[in-house]
Design a protein around this ligand. Sequence first.
Ligand code: GLN
Length: 192
Amino acid sequence: MPEIGVLALQGDVREHVRMLQEAGAESRPVRGPAELDAVDALVVPGGESTTMWKLADTFELLEPLRMRIKDGMPAYGSCAGMIMLADRIEDGVAGQQTFGGIDMVVRRNAFGRQVDSFEADLDFAGAPVHAVFIRAPWVESIGPGVDVLGRAEPGDRIVAVRQGPLLATSFHPELTGDTRVHRYFVDMVREL
Ligand code: GLN
């Protein structure tokens, strides 16, 4: 059974751990480099990307995480986690850094300016999901190696992407009862 960590610096960690377990994986929080070494894959939860970046730096996880991602560790980021997996961001605070890995530009708080939070039924990788968006980013542009797995109104914006072992969604599947996105990620980890 794959062992999937949930980055536990900040954000809705417990909900992801529970969803991963329901989806058939072992899961536990990751707070430092030793715990990161012990997992096969990682979920980066929602929360606040500026805080997560600063805490990752403080807890000496920024570089180890970048290295694991470069080495091909599967990772899934939701909302702030999507921002953290983006190679480039728009509307970050001055100097804001990410872990990177997905060749895309993500705009922070993009939906937030129009509708602070909303729910929508959308198509994720060919199956329906109920999606919860909270001050959510959207994907502004993608590189050639990135697949679009989902879009949402308003604006038919890209809200779910995959590049090889990396998955990201603008929305929070951990806040619904639907384990589809977590099962998709657990299957990815099993296949890789
Ligand atoms: N707006 C937040 C950020 O910039 C993300 C919000 C969320 O994760 N729900 O990090």
